[in-house]
Write a protein of this length. Structure first.
Length: 122
């Protein structure tokens, strides 16, 4: 896990109409900024690798301490620094700490995948 000096912004996925192409464009709305976090790659189990399963690259994100944020599945997390700086990570699951909120060890653990979209420019 990277240290506590990683900060992330959390966006709500949204779309806006784009009349020039007759579709929609991404118009994500910032929900929370500069949340302290720890991030690590999630390991694929040896059993899945032995079976030849192709799984998405997932990461674990721990928001530390248990900040008063209301993160939802499908939200986008964008790290501001560290190895994942600027990457879009889509939340697929979350779990709150079993430690009482307000305790020093309380946290929120997110599971996220690298977000892919068709019109990405690199």
């Amino acid at each position: 896990m990277q240290g506590l000096n990683v900060t992330v912004d959390i966006y709500e996925q949204a779309e806006a109409a784009d009349d020039t192409v007759g579709g929609s464009v991404r118009a994500d709305a910032l929900r929370y900024a500069a949340i302290p976090a720890r991030i690590a790659n999630d390991r694929v189990s040896a059993d899945m690798r032995a079976q030849g399963e192709e799984l998405r690259r997932t990461v674990r994100i721990i928001l530390w301490p248990d900040t008063p944020v209301n993160v939802r599945a499908e939200d986008i997390v964008i790290p501001q620094n560290g190895a994942w700086a600027g990457q879009r990570l889509r939340v697929t699951g979350l779990q709150r700490s079993s430690v009482l909120p307000g305790e020093p060890r309380s946290h929120i653990q997110l599971t996220a995948v690298h977000a892919d979209w068709a019109d990405r420019e690199e």
